[in-house]
Design a protein around this ligand. Structure first.
Ligand code: OGA
Ligand code: ZN
Ligand code: ZN
Length: 397
């Protein structure tokens, strides 16, 4: 409930004092842009603005503002002659003060929890069956994914088909030129390092995509019975923060020098494809946090289109980053069990696999994998949060 309202700054702002004594300020232009009268917004299923930017006076002011209906309505008239009303609760949910903005930021993206090797002692994990059956368990799993970039789902039935089931419970599978689900096995005539017994060096998948697959799922249907084959994971968000502190020059090179990422083969569908992307290894967001990590040896092209003086220092910076990924301080190693399904952030974490020792064919190592996109995963998490926890941060109409 609002206690008092006034226009300030020559009508450019409206100040609302709440019953608890705190005050929120609202810009006149934002209020005008968001007038919800029948002339300015559609009603019904699609709730969208019909006042076009073309007709919005960005210098408009509030000429008159008052509380009506004993504080249950804020009525105002703008300099363009238009008049509208707002509910104080609706305004409060949209307040511009730091606390409200932070609360909305967390709904958009939960706070990252970067980690190091210590996470191995307490890996975020849930039983697969619970995640498939209970919405609360699914929400917990999705929150782990957003915070830590990984969740281990245990005791999934050790048969193909369950990666798809999980993806379809969350949203839908992300397609690449490999199709939807993919199979990793040791093969006699391998078309990828992943299909051999060799070390799979730590990497992110499909770096040659501008919109890389956001998440990866690996389901261990049959695990290798001999020595070796441990799965390796490390958190690029933590390591990038540390590299920036320890070696700002190396960090700078990895965020600016563009690398040629390429994949040219026959896709699973028999069609030729030519994936090519020039992008830095580390892409940062507007806050300087890791947005996307493209770390790969096999998908880096021999073409390298950066200026020659950057090449040698870039290699040194890459080696430094690689050594950090493999450092015991950061890396998690785990020999996955049959039925384990590891889900992880493919644009934040790196993953790899230790070599299969003792011949590499003992038991038929068999994995099924798939990808998801972050937009769909975050959307699903918000829907679940709204359904199970209400709407504490005030999103909604
Ligand atoms: C891959 C991969 C991991 C594994 O195929 O890209 O990382 O454990 N495989 O086989
Ligand atoms: Zn209006
Ligand atoms: Zn991989």
């Amino acid at each position: 409930m609002a206690r008092r309202v006034s226009a300030t700054d020559g009508g450019r702002r409206v100040l609302l004092q709440w019953a608890d004594g705190t005050t929120s300020a609202f810009p006149a232009v934002w209020l005008r842009d968001n007038c919800h009268c029948a002339q300015c917004f559609t009603s019904g299923a699609i709730h969208v603005r019909t006042l076009l930017m073309e007709h919005l006076d960005v210098d408009c002011t509030v000429q008159e503002v008052k509380l009506e209906q004993e504080g249950a309505e804020v009525a105002m008239r703008w300099s363009d002659g238009h008049a509208g009303t707002f509910s104080p609760g609706w305004l409060r949910q949209r307040a511009f003060e730091p606390a409200q903005r932070a609360a909305r930021g967390v709904v958009c993206r939960p706070t990252l929890q970067p980690w190091d090797a210590a996470l191995a002692a307490d890996l975020p994990r849930l039983p697969f069956v619970r995640v498939m059956q209970e919405d609360a368990a699914l929400l917990e799993a999705l929150l782990h994914l957003e915070r830590y970039g990984l969740v281990l789902l245990e005791e999934a039935p050790a048969q193909p088909g369950h990666v798809r089931r999980l993806c379809e419970r969350i949203a839908f599978m992300r397609t690449t030129h490999f199709g939807e689900e993919f199979t990793v096995r040791v093969k006699v005539d391998p078309t990828s390092i992943a299909y051999t017994a060799r070390n799979i060096e730590i990497h992110t998948d499909a770096c040659y995509y501008d919109y890389m697959p956001g998440l990866q799922i690996l389901h261990f249907i049959v695990q290798y019975e001999g020595k070796g084959g441990e799965t390796q994971l490390a958190d690029g968000a933590q390591i990038c923060r540390d590299l920036r502190q320890q070696d700002p020059d190396a960090f700078q090179l990895l965020t600016t020098v563009k690398v040629d990422f390429k994949n040219v083969t026959m896709g699973e569908n028999g069609k030729h494809h030519f994936k090519l992307l020039q992008a830095p290894v580390i892409t940062l967001d507007s806050e300087g946090e890791l947005q996307c990590l493209r770390f790969t040896t096999s998908q880096r092209d021999s073409y390298f289109s950066a200026p020659i003086e950057q090449i040698e220092p870039w290699y040194k910076a890459m080696k430094k980053l690689l050594n950090m990924f493999y450092d015991d301080k950061y890396i998690i190693k785990r020999k996955m069990k049959e039925g384990d399904m590891i889900v992880f952030d493919n644009v934040r974490l790196v993953h790899g696999r230790e070599p299969l020792l003792e011949g590499g064919c003992v038991g038929e190592r068999h994995l099924e994998g798939g990808y998801l996109d972050w937009d769909e995963v975050r959307s699903r998490r918000r829907v679940l949060q709204e359904r199970l926890q209400g709407n504490p941060s005030g999103y909604g109409f």
